[in-house]
Design a protein around this ligand. Structure first.
Ligand code: UGB
Length: 468
């Protein structure tokens, strides 16, 4: 694998950068090759010839200066339009992918199953993410072949992603560094390993961050998803795909619990809108190309190795630091509630989705018959209010939180979520078994072993395996 080049502060939008550079080249290409154009002269008139020459050279200078000014203006404009480092994926260190023997060897080794009975060979995108790490380990532990893919962007602390990568590596899962938008890279992976399944978990997560960096949601959740589908549809044989949608697609619905058949046309955030769009895009690829696709609507997943941007995680950090936490309240001061779902339950739902996915029916871009298309809620079916979540954290952290209750900002949040899981129960035998109290106890144990009892004192690397 080791990539030949690492570029700092390079946006993870290859298409965007590519087209910008192309555009930059075009703007220069479109300038006259020789900006000094010949000027027509009156041959019979010397004075005229001299003036014409003078005019000619003055015009040439003028044209030259104008061209330079124009090129400078275009360059400044293009430079300003490039995504900046402050954006979520802006400060990503992009590894320039280089396929070589060593890289192929690692991919093949990681992708080789350790058992013979119907083992799966799975490409897990977002493998260094929260759910991706847990799913990769679960698959590897039961003997499936697993290759991870992650772009290690800086949406939240990269060191946590690297620690997850280290853990995966220890268990024989190789995480390829790259972006889901990199078509050549994804094609190369399929060239080297015949994946039977793709567990597509790479995405731009977070409901409220979508107002700060909308483009990153389009880049990962739409363009990236399409790129994965494009490569999968053209592969022969096509893999079956399971991917992460979200409970947020239910948006402003008031009918509870949320069922898969309910309307999903009132998203409250751009994040939700991109996940809903993903579900429609999945329908298209299933319909045209015969790809077997299962979308999983995750309900506020939490647990060890979780995401620092989520409330239970950031509250823990702030409570331990003695910092105040903001608890949002809804209309009329009503508490917000979530159907918080423990990671181990989600992993079981993911693995069951892979196991029950039928084969895709197309090959090399051609469909030969109808293929499976499913959507499942994966929730806990028992919503808990945010103040209750804080009560539980206080109990296990043994620290009183400094609570500040504020009105829910208008930034894409929804007042509550509640899953109806009867479809998943029936078809996946999905049965969540961890309540919020038990799950948060496990999370706090992991948090303290990873960070120590204050976020300033870091104990990693340590033996955190038992907490998985
Ligand atoms: O199910 C999903 O599809 C989504 O789940 C998650 O979103 P949410 O359910 O919004 O989780 P999370 O941010 O932990 O906020 C939890 C609660 O705390 C409240 N909240 C939050 C922050 C704060 O400072 N104060 C507060 O009260 C907040 O108002 C909310 O009521 C994933 O992040 C998202 O990527 C997606 O996967």
């Amino acid at each position: 694998m080791p990539p030949s080049t690492v570029q700092d502060d390079f946006p993870s939008t290859p298409g965007k950068v590519g087209s910008t550079l192309h555009c930059r080249r075009n703007s220069i290409d479109s300038l006259p090759e020789d900006p000094v154009q010949p000027v027509k002269m009156d041959k019979g008139n010397y004075f005229g010839r001299v003036t014409s020459r003078w005019h000619s050279s003055a015009l040439a200078k003028l044209l030259c200066i104008t061209s330079i000014l124009l090129a400078l203006t275009v360059s400044v404009f293009l430079w300003m339009s490039l995504p900046r480092g402050s954006q979520g994926y802006g400060s990503l260190k992009v590894q320039v992918f280089q396929r070589n023997h060593e890289w192929e060897r690692k991919v093949i080794h990681s992708g080789s199953p350790n058992r013979n009975d119907n083992a799966l060979t799975v490409l897990v995108t977002g493998a260094a993410g929260f759910v991706g790490t847990h799913v990769s380990l679960a698959l590897k532990k039961r003997g499936d072949g697993v290759v991870g893919l992650d772009n290690f962007n800086s949406y939240y602390e990269v060191s946590l992603k690297r620690a997850r990568q280290e853990l995966l590596n220890k268990h024989g899962v190789f995480v390829v560094e790259g972006d889901i938008n990199d078509k050549f890279l994804i094609e190369s992976l399929f060239d080297v390993v015949q994946f039977t399944h793709v567990m597509h978990l790479a995405a731009q997560a977070g409901v409220r961050y979508a107002m700060q960096n909308p483009q990153s949601y389009i880049h990962s959740n739409i363009a990236g998803l399409v790129n994965i589908f494009e490569v999968c549809k053209a592969t022969n044989p096509q893999p079956a795909i399971v991917w992460a949608s979200s409970s947020s697609v239910y948006g402003l619905n008031t009918k509870v619990p949320f069922s898969e058949a309910d309307r999903t046309d009132q998203p409250a955030s751009l994040y939700a809108a991109t996940k809903k769009a993903g579900e429609e895009i999945a329908h298209t690829y299933n319909h045209i190309y015969g790809l077997s696709i299962t979308g999983l609507r995750f309900f506020t997943v939490y647990g060890p190795w979780g995401r620092p941007d989520m409330a239970y995680f950031s509250f823990t950090r702030d409570i331990l630091k003695g910092k105040p936490i903001s608890i949002y309240s809804g209309a009329g001061g009503k508490d917000l509630a979530r159907d918080f779902t423990y990671i181990d339950d989600i992993v079981k739902g993911c693995v069951a989705s892979l196991d029950t996915a039928e084969k895709s029916t197309g090959s090399g871009g051609k469909k030969s018959g109808p293929a499976m298309l499913r959507v499942f809620n994966l929730g806990n079916t028992s919503p808990v209010t945010v103040p209750t979540l804080v009560d539980i954290l206080e109990k296990y952290l043994k620290v009183k939180a400094k609570r500040e209750t504020i009105k829910m900002p208008r930034n894409g949040d929804v007042p509550f979520t509640h899953a109806n899981i009867s479809s998943a129960e029936l078809q996946l035998h999905y049965k969540p078994v961890t309540n919020l109290d038990t799950g948060l106890k496990k999370f706090v144990k992991w948090y303290l072993s990873y960070y120590g009892d204050s976020s300033n004192r870091k104990l990693w690397p340590g033996n955190n395996e038992q907490t998985l």
